[in-house]
Design a protein around this ligand. Structure first.
Ligand code: HEC
Length: 247
């Protein structure tokens, strides 16, 4: 290509690229999250590093990315797992912001946000990475024991404990009969009411200082949780009775 043509190409292409880079990323987040102050803490650090500006917008107003309950698990706290959904992947800033938030630096920035001295947010943990090993009997036995020790306070776990726990709380048999039982058990510690009193070693952030566990905290290791999954996988689903006559 003759040099002049190349130069011309530069003149045309480079300014367009720059203009595109200048567009701020429009990020939508629920008010509850905005009010924690986390975004004000984290986003300026991202912008400083990358020169990509981020504009906070309302959830339904043409955002490029949404923080909420869809997309990739990003961080958790208080009492919720936050996910990131990228709506305009061809925007030059969205990928950078997503990459940064998921990077070690981004995760450290999120975890370092401690407005009252205690961190409010932590890594997403193993919510999606929990490997379910459903075959080992030993594992299922351990899971049975863990469930009896830790969950019967509220749930009926097996035939011997039916009628135990809190009547309005679903039994393990009933939960096992749900098509997505596995996801529910793997992530039970982020599903209400558990986050308020549950700690998974090395996974959940400590309870926020202003919201200590209202009841004796329940502590599990990831291995124990995997064992519970193995136990539930092997247990019979509850007989839910006659199907509905009218749907
Ligand atoms: C202090 C009471 C309490 C304890 C202890 C408890 N749970 Fe629960 N759990 C509940 C209640 C209440 C619900 C029903 C929540 C609802 O209906 O939204 C529930 C629901 C669940 C669900 C279904 C969640 C969903 O949203 O689909 C799973 C799975 C579960 N519990 C697992 C466990 C396991 C495993 C343990 C023990 C390691 C445990 N729970 C200990 C109170 C408890």
């Amino acid at each position: 290509m003759p040099l002049r043509a190349l130069a011309l190409l530069f003149l045309i292409v480079v300014p367009t690229l720059c203009a595109a880079d200048d567009r701020p990323v429009r990020l939508a987040a629920p008010q509850a999250l905005v009010e924690t102050g986390l975004l004000k803490h984290a986003l300026p650090r991202f912008t400083l590093k990358t020169q990509v500006r981020v504009e906070l917008v309302a959830v339904d107003s043409g955002a490029d990315m949404v923080l909420g309950d869809a997309g990739r698990a990003l961080f958790q706290g208080p009492n919720q797992l936050w996910r990131l959904d990228v709506l305009t992947p061809d925007h030059p800033g969205t990928k950078r912001l997503a990459d940064w938030l998921l990077s070690e630096v981004g995760q450290r920035t999120i975890a370092s946000y401690a407005p009252d001295g205690a961190p409010l947010f932590g890594p997403p943990g193993a919510v999606e990475e929990v490997v379910v090993e459903v075959t080992a009997d030993e594992n299922a036995e351990l899971g049975h024991e863990v469930s009896l020790n830790k969950c019967t306070r509220c749930h009926a776990v097996d035939a011997a404990t039916s009628g135990w726990g809190i009547g309005s709380t679903p039994s393990f048999g009933v939960l096992r009969a749900l098509p997505d039982w596995e996801e529910r058990f793997a992530a039970f510690y982020v599903l209400n009411p558990h986050p308020a009193f549950t700690q998974i070693e090395d996974v959940t952030p400590p309870f926020p200082i202003d919201r200590p566990s209202p009841i004796a905290p329940m502590e599990l290791t990831l291995e124990e949780l995997q064992a519970v999954l193995a136990y539930v996988a092997a247990m019979p689903a509850a007989d839910l009775g006659q199907p509905l006559a009218h749907q």
